[in-house]
Design a protein around this ligand. Structure first.
Ligand code: ATP
Length: 328
């Protein structure tokens, strides 16, 4: 099922939870909505599901305007963060709830819990409950499935495993998916495209790689966790030292892997504040007098230690020019 959200706004009193949002999702596409708390992710999902009436705009499913169609007639499935399972009922009863004619056994097979039908919900682990909730959301065979923080409460290892399984499942079923998450790794692993929201608007839409490689704004770069964001002045000077002349006057993201450190003296000297081992790299936080902290990623074999003094230079291919923020 294809989805088109056109010019959707939602107002709560004087506040815009969504403002003029346009989003097109193709049939069988998996789209993840990312953004800080309060940016409007859940509101967008609720509008598509029909649980929240928009103040303006339209929701179109497979070419039909459903803006005024009640939720149960939209043919969409919803899975919420808190699972909303009945703890004292068994797994099969939960999946059958509201879907009396479904094939519980094949749904349980699908989510990898083939023998769990007679178990009580409150005897299942968090990850198992998540799978039951997914089986229940899939029970009516929705052509558009909406997930609100589908793996929200699980530990990281389980999430990383489940997200791969989810992606495989959606590809196999050909379900169109709109998923809300605040975890960018989850969004990147799950989705064909990601939508980054900021204060009720869409800040960027693109494939995970596009968004990662070319954030559309300083906001998106910072949201993705990049701290080395600054403007180079007319002489191509940043708070952390010079960059090549071609970057003069631009807002820049300097990727941490492009911050090159050397024990030899250089034009810009920094002190290592923190060095965190992260497996294939060491994440280093540097202090340069008068500048905000600078982040560097170093190969473990050559990484400096806290208290070391190092010289800093930048690898030009790792410098990204950020478009200017559009004025409000
Ligand atoms: N029923 C409501 N009444 C008033 N304000 C609301 C209502 N629902 C949401 N809001 C406000 O609208 C904004 C967007 O909320 P929304 O729940 O969509 O954000 P979110 O991005 O999903 O946040 P989170 O990640 O914290 O769940 C917030 O400022 C929120 O306080």
């Amino acid at each position: 099922m294809s989805l088109s959200v056109a010019g959707v706004s939602v107002r709560f009193g004087s506040k815009n939870a969504l403002l003029d949002v346009d989003l097109d999702v193709a049939d069988s596409e998996v789209v993840a909505v990312l953004g800080p708390s309060g940016s409007g992710k859940s509101t967008l999902l609720r509008v598509v599901a029909g649980l929240q009436e928009p103040s303006a705009g339209r929701v179109v499913l497979d070419g039909a305007d459903v803006t005024r169609v009640p939720p149960h007639r939209r043919g969409v499935g919803l899975m919420f963060q808190d699972h909303a399972l009945f703890p004292h009922h068994d797994v099969a009863g939960n999946i059958r709830f509201g879907n009396s004619r479904v094939d519980v056994a094949s749904l349980l097979e699908l989510v990898g819990l083939p023998d769990a039908g007679s178990r009580r919900i409150d005897t299942l682990s968090g990850g198992e409950q998540q799978r039951v909730a997914l089986a229940r959301a899939l029970a009516p065979s929705p052509r558009l499935l909406m997930l609100d923080e589908p793996l929200g409460q699980l530990d990281r290892a389980l999430r990383e495993r489940l997200v791969v399984e989810l992606r495989r499942l959606f590809v196999r079923l050909g379900t169109t998916v709109l998923a809300v998450t605040h975890d960018q790794r989850e969004a990147f692993a799950l989705a064909d495209r990601v939508v980054v929201m900021a204060a009720g608007r869409i800040a960027q839409i693109g494939t995970p790689r596009e968004v990662w490689e070319q954030p559309a704004s300083e906001f998106v770069a910072r949201f993705l966790g990049f701290a080395n964001v600054a403007v180079a002045d007319g002489q191509a000077a940043t708070p952390w030292g010079p960059v090549p002349a071609g970057f003069a006057g631009h807002s820049l993201l300097i990727r941490p892997a492009g911050v090159l450190l050397s024990p030899a003296a250089g034009d810009v000297m920094a002190t290592v504040d923190v060095a965190t081992f992260a497996g294939d790299r060491v994440e280093v936080l540097l202090t340069i007098p008068g500048a905000p902290p600078l982040e560097a990623h170093c190969p473990p074999a050559t990484a400096p230690a806290p208290g070391d003094t190092v010289s800093v230079r930048f690898d030009p291919p790792q410098i990204v020019v950020l478009p200017r923020e559009s004025p409000e």
